[in-house]
Design a protein around this ligand. Structure first.
Ligand code: S3P
Length: 179
């Protein structure tokens, strides 16, 4: 990593169901940072759930709102940013996050993700008769983007608390390397 990188925030990227929001909340709590979830901001701005944004305005409109929000985040400090699973697929979004945040990707296998999101209906991309096949295909397509993160954290056999601990550890390591 470039030693002159500015690290004012932590950004969590990764597939749906890898625990970005739960881990992010805990990390923010422990570091006394603000917590921001990009999906929550977009839902509150649109005044409707993500499934409705997708259904009424289409995915490209959602992605535009997402990118506009990413641009606003460059002004933040001491914030843990939990991002929607598709956000880093746009290289400009990832590049923007890297100008101010340490970007960490939470990782899990398709089977584990399926187990975690099973029965939830608020994610339009997973409303598919064969959700596991959809997860496998989307994850494989997105893996190159997720691998652009500064740090990859495996969440597979770890509790939310353990993953949060690992995120904080990696953040402190990165800060000390940049002093
Ligand atoms: C999406 C992930 C969701 C949400 C939207 C699209 C994706 O966020 O942004 O449903 O493309 O992977 P989570 O990863 O927080 O579920």
């Amino acid at each position: 990593m470039d030693a002159t990188r500015k690290i004012s925030n932590i950004a969590l990227i990764g597939f749906m169901g890898t625990g970005k929001s739960s881990v992010g909340r805990l990390v923010a709590d422990q570091l006394h940072f603000t917590f921001l979830d990009t999906d929550d901001v977009l839902v509150s701005r649109a005044g409707k759930p993500i499934a409705e944004i997708f259904a009424q305005e289409g995915e490209p409109a959602f992605r535009e709102k997402e990118s506009a929000l990413v641009h606003e985040l460059t002004l933040r400090t001491r914030t843990v940013i939990s991002t929607g699973g598709g956000l880093p697929v746009n290289p400009a979004n990832l590049a923007s996050l890297k100008t101010h945040a340490l970007v960490m990707c939470l990782w899990a296998s398709p089977e584990k993700i399926h187990e975690r999101v099973h029965g939830q209906s608020h994610r339009p991309l997973l409303n598919d008769p064969d959700a596991l096949a959809k997860i496998r295909a989307l994850l494989a397509a997105r893996e190159p983007s997720y691998r652009q993160a500064d740090v990859l954290v495996n969440t597979e056999m770890r509790s939310v608390r353990e993953v949060a601990h690992q995120v904080i550890h990696q953040y402190r390591l990165a800060l000390s390397a940049h002093r």
